[in-house]
Design a binder for this molecule. Sequence first.
Ligand code: SF4
Length: 189
Amino acid sequence: MEENILISYLNDFIFCPASIYFHNLYGDLEKKLYQTTDQIKGSNAHKNVDNRKYSSSKNILQGIDIYSEEFKIQGKIDVFNISNGVLIERKNKITEIYDGYIFQVYAQYYALTEMGYKVNRIRLHSMEDNKNYEIDLPKNNEKMDIKFRNLIRSIHEFDIENFSQNNIKKCEKCIYEPSCDRSKYANKT
Ligand code: SF4
């Protein structure tokens, strides 16, 4: 994949590399047509940020576009406090810290750093139960940083022509299954 990677692709690529093609296919305008209830809840968690309602402080960056030349990734941050260097990514409800969550904030961290900001801390915030989860900076967690870099490399090198999904369980749960020609779902017609 030659083009820039959208940060929002990272989690889906971990689930199934083929799924990122459906983002390109459907785009944002058609979200309601295929998103599950949980996904819509997750999207709504970001609405205040996207609408710039989180804070009017000049020290708070909300929903701004970010880009990393090093990793060829682009997307948006959720909330970044310039004065104390705290980067926050809000989720509707966090029941487990998935690697995909961490890679998403690592991507934001690297892009912000390249853009000249100093990120001191990274935090995931679970909105429904108002819990915070502190995430190691990449420089303090070499193992996760290496996994992040390997993931980005895998996405850039990914070739859909040579891909087949062998895990039927993933296809069974996948919202893209009805449209996917790589599906291994047994009842696919
Ligand atoms: S249906 Fe299966 S192969 Fe297709 S995107 Fe979903 S998980 Fe991947």
